[in-house]
Unconditional design. Structure first.
Lengths: 688, 59
């Protein structure tokens, strides 16, 4: 301690007796000497918290130190706590700084207390910890600290709790045995499940089914249409054969042979013209699609010519003198005539050369103009070419069409003539031939329509297949999401089950352990019970009714001590066999108790003292002379490993003498202050 | 006589966490380890980490 509360200057290090051998440490002090301050030194350093019995918690820095400091200087008060946890050693220091004003009462606080944590691993090297609070929380969670550092005069609160304190105890118990980990895991897994459930809401089955149904129908229509095309083709083949047969027969008839031959001639000419027309039409389509664009660039080409012409007129093209050349002259401060172009001395000449710079064209403008010129010319050639070909194709198509019309007319005339032939054979053959031709036309038309229909259906089938594929992907995702949601439910229910089992076991063990300790200490036929909220009640076992009894203050204190002892004991036991279940790591638990025998009667004082080392591995008790003397002294004296006196220096001339005898030596607990203020000094007692 | 209560009391608390199938067990232990490492925080924001564990184990 350094200038912490009543402890002026730097106190000697207070060692807590080792858990092996004599595990009890005793600090003796008169009322007001600083026992509660010493207790609070622990919780203030670890968590920045103080107990309710610790008055004026902001006044951390020793008053005497402030008083002796020069006005304007900074005075520090700090506590340093050394502890071990797992394999590491830690040094935690919390410091409060104040600045003294003109008088000792005008004190300015310099910010919040600062914390500094250094630690040393098995390698023996000390390091600075950046997040001291995190480390402290891992070593001993803040809501557990009041069970390890407690004010004995208020300890019965553990039994006589308010609702909030009951919740604190439940939380503390859960943390000690790792239940908190399970509870948090359940909460977070359930939250994860809710998030994953969102992936489930997507396309439903009905939609996919409708698509698949349509797909099936379309596919069967496609195949029936294809069958129809084949049928039509067969019909066409038949009609063509019939047609050829009839034409052959017509040709065989002497009277109409010439006419039929003329018709054959016309037919082949018709075919040739059709071929030519088709060629012209496809040539035109190709021409428009590959060269058609050049027609739309006429205006752009004209603009180019105008721009270039304008530049020529202004003398910008060709450039003649390059801007870069002028820039070089200016940079070199020398004109081509040999005259210097110094900025100050030759300002006139320089500005003349500068004017040339504005006139000079840009080299890359010229270069680009030339390159673009080539491209524009190419475009113009393409355009001309386009129109030449375009006209030619149109002309071919036009003449083909008019020739085809002629042929068609002549063929119709021939047909007409044959149909009206006085020879019945000719007339009927021609009529049949015309009918066959009609049938051929009809079937060809239907075949084309069927082909078109199939193309449309195939396109729709492709769209459907795509949709179905998408749905399938969504369904796979849904199925995965469902499995994840199910996994979360399973994990959560297992964690719940484990938690229930742990809690039941813990409560049972806790009750048994508290009862065991209570039986050893108390002489009343009462048994403690742990409620579901971890609060304690005493029941009268002798009456056979198991009804709750009102505990006295002393009994409540004893019960609270038993509760703490049992918690520590059980937490230790659980961790030893906790296998892989996470929870706070196993450790040696110290108990720091201020006046634990405060309001106990003679019997309980002795009983508690007898059993105190059963409660925890290391015990630090702070007592007054009267709390110590008698039963407590007799019980504990053989187990003291370390002891200290909190010697209080008073400013009064007259004060009662209060001393404690230890190891054959007497120590005064109240002494006359050599200064004009009061303070406390810690002295180690050397035991024989 | 062994009561139902006693039977229930003697159940191993770790047993539900160790049950098959493997992927559920892996999620359980990964989540518990995650919670353990954030025990020092009052309200750790680890929902996304838990979701990531579930997604990693269930593919």
């Amino acid at each position: 301690l350094h200038n912490f509360r009543q402890f002026r200057g730097e106190s000697p290090v207070v060692h807590i007796a080792s858990p092996v051998g004599r595990p009890v440490t005793v600090c003796f002090g008169a009322n007001g000497a600083g026992k509660t301050a010493l207790l609070n030194a622990f919780s203030w350093t670890l968590y920045g918290k103080t107990t309710s019995g610790f008055l004026l918690p902001d006044e951390i820095v020793n008053k005497g130190a402030i008083r002796e400091a020069k006005p304007g200087t900074v005075v520090e008060g700090w506590v340093e706590l050394a502890f071990e946890y797992l394999e590491n050693r830690y040094l935690l220091r919390r410091t409060k700084r104040v600045r003294r004003g003109a008088t000792e009462n005008s004190v300015t606080e310099l910010g919040e207390p600062s914390t500094e944590l250094r630690w040393c691993g098995p390698d023996g090297e000390w390091r600075n910890e950046r997040a001291p609070d995190d480390v402290v929380s891992r070593v001993l969670p803040v809501d557990l600290h009041s069970y390890f550092f407690f004010d004995g005069e208020r300890i019965e609160r553990i039994v006589r709790q308010e609702a909030r304190e009951k919740a604190d105890i439940a939380n503390a118990a859960k943390k000690l045995v790792g239940l908190e980990v399970l509870e948090r895991a359940i909460r977070h897994v359930n939250a994860a499940r809710k998030a994953l459930e969102k992936d489930l809401a997507a396309v439903g089955d009905a939609e996919t089914r409708a698509l698949l149904e349509e797909e099936g129908k379309l596919e069967s229509r496609v195949s029936s249409t294809e069958a129809r095309i084949k049928e039509l083709q067969r019909n066409l083949d038949g009609h063509e054969a019939l047609k050829a047969e009839r034409e052959k027969r017509l040709r065989a008839l002497q009277s109409v042979r010439e006419i039929q031959e003329r018709r054959d001639e016309l037919n082949s000419e018709h075919e040739a013209r059709m071929e030519s027309l088709r060629g012209a039409q496809s040539g035109l389509a190709k021409l428009v699609s590959t060269r058609g664009y050049s027609v739309f660039l006429t205006e752009a080409c004209n603009t180019y010519h105008q721009v270039v012409e304008g530049m020529r007129m202004r003398g910008e093209l060709p450039t003649g003198i390059k801007r870069q050349f002028v820039d070089d002259l200016l940079a070199g401060d020398l004109c081509i005539c040999g005259r210097t172009l110094d900025e100050h001395a030759d300002a006139g000449a320089r500005s003349a050369v500068w004017a040339w710079r504005e006139k000079a064209g840009l080299a890359d403008v010229e270069e680009r103009t030339i390159r673009m010129g080539g491209e524009v010319r190419q475009l113009e050639i393409h355009r001309e070419d386009f129109w030449n070909h375009f006209d030619r194709y149109l002309e071919t198509a036009r003449s083909d069409k008019s020739e085809l019309a002629h042929i068609q007319r002549e063929l119709e005339e021939i047909s007409e003539m044959l149909r009206n032939s006085p020879q019945e054979e000719v007339s009927s053959l021609e009529t049949e031939l015309a009918r066959t031709n009609e049938a051929i036309e009809r079937d060809k038309l239907e075949k084309t329509e069927c082909g078109l229909l199939i193309r449309q259906m195939m396109q729709r089938l492709e769209v459907i297949a795509d949709e179905v594929r998408k749905h399938a992907a969504v369904e796979r995702k849904q199925e995965l999401a469902q499995r994840r949601v199910d996994a979360c439910r399973e994990v959560s229910s297992r964690l719940e089950e484990a938690k229930d089992r742990f809690e039941m076991q813990f409560r049972r063990d806790l009750t048994a352990r508290i009862a065991e300790l209570f039986r050893e200490i108390s002489y009343k036929p009462y048994a403690p019970r742990v409620q579901s909220d971890y609060s304690l009640v005493l029941v009268d076992t002798a009456s056979g009714l198991d009804g709750p009894v009102a505990a006295s203050q002393g009994e409540s204190q004893v019960l609270s001590l038993c509760f703490i002892g049992a918690m520590i004991d059980i937490a230790r036991g659980y961790q030893a066999r906790r296998e892989r279940l996470p929870g706070p790591a196993s450790a040696t638990y110290p108990l720091v108790m201020d006046s634990p025998f405060g309001s106990l009667g003679q019997t309980y004082r002795r009983q508690v003292a007898d059993h105190i080392t059963k409660l925890a591995d290391q015990v630090l008790v702070m007592v007054t002379n009267t709390q110590w003397r008698g039963e407590v002294e007799n019980s504990l004296v053989g187990r003291i490993g370390k002891s200290y006196v909190l010697a209080y220096y008073t400013t009064k001339d007259e004060f009662p003498t209060e001393s404690v005898s230890l190891g054959g030596k007497s120590y005064e607990l109240i002494r006359r202050s050599p200064r004009d203020y009061e303070y406390t000094v810690i002295e180690e007692v050397t035991l024989a | 006589m062994v009561t139902e209560h006693q039977v229930k009391n003697d159940l191993d608390p770790l047993e539900p966490l160790k049950r098959e199938p493997e992927e559920i067990r892996k999620i359980v232990y990964a989540v518990l380890e995650l919670e353990q490492s954030y025990l020092n925080l009052q309200r750790p924001h680890i929902n996304d980490d838990v979701i990531a564990i579930v997604k990693r184990e269930i593919k």
